[in-house]
Design a protein around this ligand. Structure first.
Ligand SMILES: [Ca+2]
Ligand SMILES: [Ca+2]
Length: 466
């Protein structure tokens, strides 16, 4: 009860007494005691002491890692410095990235706060929120023939999941451009023949995308192409198979590039190819190059706010821990997935997630809350999401006692929100529009379950103009 009374004291008074308490000790504390008679001296000191040591650390593109980091004029320069300073941070500390700065690095945050004092990671200054950008700009293009261009990218990842031209995602080049093909005959679990392929040059190393089910776009690397027969790297564990009634198309090979902005990535040679009538140097062409721009691992009682996570190759935000808060985080363009939260009691609110190519969000663990978020333009291209089950998903809730409240999901490739398991689930007052744009046999609010699940509720009002 007394703890609560102390918390209601306005912050300027807190600050005033904080500084003087350490200088003059009990005299000032006694003054405080006399003004707030119900607060004991002992409680006062216990409550305030930790604040005495709270430190702000500043990080700016204009900074210097050799500086103290403790003021804007002595800011650190890199996220690497933040990553290696985890042992320095204490509960109550703030790590502030300068607005307007763009960091081409990934943050790995592991330090926990306490229930009374979170560690805060956010922004300072004016302008756009700071960006953790996992992308890489491609320069040094060389001509490979009419409208065809090539660039080496030795430090690109083993698989490049996305490419942007002037800040807009574009899908890989495909064949055929506007239609699909059907196998003529199935040879084995990993091969088929089709007369439509016989006139094409060898495209080994490319990919075949097979619509094996309404809810599946399987995606396999092509092992060989001889005349009309295609063999591909479908693993023995795969569950669905091509048939003469499953359509397919081809992508990610130099030989499929014949339209403006079609591209391919050769993961062996580490080269990117693009088809452009104009010289690529007149465009801003980027690829997703680092897997996870923000990973929060075991950092309990932390708050992350006012950050943009861009161009993740794999997963924009990977959050594991307890009692974490994420607010006003913008996830923009992910080659694969947007958000993974696991642990317990974490809140993700007032965030945006745009242009994620595979799954929007997977939420595990109990007592998670997602509220007032926008999920828009996700998993919109056949072939650019992942093969098999559990792909092109919206928000998947798979813990216990989770709440999905007042969110907006607009234009997504498959399911909107999916609560596949868990008791005491509440899906309330969400706006979900234009789902199943890429695959079907899904729904805006999708669930299946067992007879043992209890208290799973979808509560309106909600609007689902599919
Ligand atoms: Ca094409
Ligand atoms: Ca055919």
């Amino acid at each position: 009860m007394k703890y609560k009374e102390v918390k209601t004291i306005k912050k300027p008074i807190q600050s005033y007494f904080l500084g003087l308490t350490i200088l003059i000790g009990s005299t000032i504390s006694l003054t405080f005691y006399s003004r707030y008679r119900r607060v004991s001296l002992t409680l006062l000191l216990l409550f305030y002491t930790p604040f005495l040591f709270a430190t702000n650390y500043y990080v700016s593109n204009a900074g210097n890692d050799a500086a103290t980091g403790k003021s804007p004029s002595s800011a650190w320069k890199t996220i690497a410095k933040v990553n290696t300073s985890q042992a320095v941070f204490l509960p109550g500390d703030s790590i502030l990235l300068q607005r307007g700065s763009v960091f081409y690095e990934s943050m790995l945050f592991t330090k926990a706060g306490t229930a009374a004092q979170r560690i805060y990671v956010g922004a300072y200054g004016t302008g756009n929120n700071p960006v953790l950008d996992a992308g890489k700009t491609l320069t040094g293009w060389v001509s490979k023939g009419t409208n065809l261009w090539e660039v080496s990218c030795p430090d690109c990842p083993s698989y490049v999941n996305a490419l942007t031209v002037n800040n807009a995602l574009v899908p890989m080049g495909r064949y055929p451009d506007d239609t699909n093909l059907y196998p003529d005959a199935i040879g084995s679990a990993t091969s088929f023949s089709d007369a439509d392929l016989s006139s094409l040059a060898d495209f080994t190393g490319g990919e075949v995308i097979i619509r094996t089910q309404h809810w599946i776009f399987d995606r396999w690397t092509i092992n060989s192409k001889t005349c009309s027969t295609l063999s591909y790297a479908q693993p023995a564990s795969a569950y669905y198979f091509a048939s003469t009634s499953t359509y397919y198309f081809l992508q990610n090979h130099l030989s499929f590039l014949n339209r403006d902005k079609e591209w391919a990535y050769d993961s062996v040679a580490k080269k990117v190819y693009i088809y452009l009538a104009a010289n690529p140097s007149t465009y801003d062409i980027r690829v997703t190059a680092r897997d996870e721009p923000l990973k929060v691992n075991g950092a309990n009682y932390t708050k992350f706010e006012n950050l943009t996570l861009a161009m993740a190759n794999n997963l924009a935000l990977n959050g594991y821990g307890f009692y974490q808060l994420y607010k006003n985080i913008k996830i923009d363009k992910s080659g694969k997935n947007g958000l993974l939260l696991d642990g317990a009691n974490t809140t993700f609110s007032n965030c945006q997630m745009l242009n994620v190519q595979n799954n929007m969000a997977g939420i595990g663990g109990p007592n998670m809350l997602l509220a007032d978020n926008l999920f828009q333009d996700n998993s919109l291209w056949p072939g650019m999401g992942q093969g098999g089950e559990n792909a092109y998903y919206g928000v998947v809730l798979y813990g216990q006692s989770q709440t999905f409240l007042r969110n907006r999901i607009d234009r997504c490739g498959f399911l909107g929100v999916n609560f596949a398991d868990g008791n005491n689930m509440l899906i309330k007052n969400n706006y979900i529009s234009s789902v199943c744009l890429t695959k079907d046999d899904g729904a805006a609010n999708y669930t299946y379950g067992t007879s043992t699940n209890t208290n799973r509720r979808i509560v309106g009002p909600f609007l689902i103009p599919i």
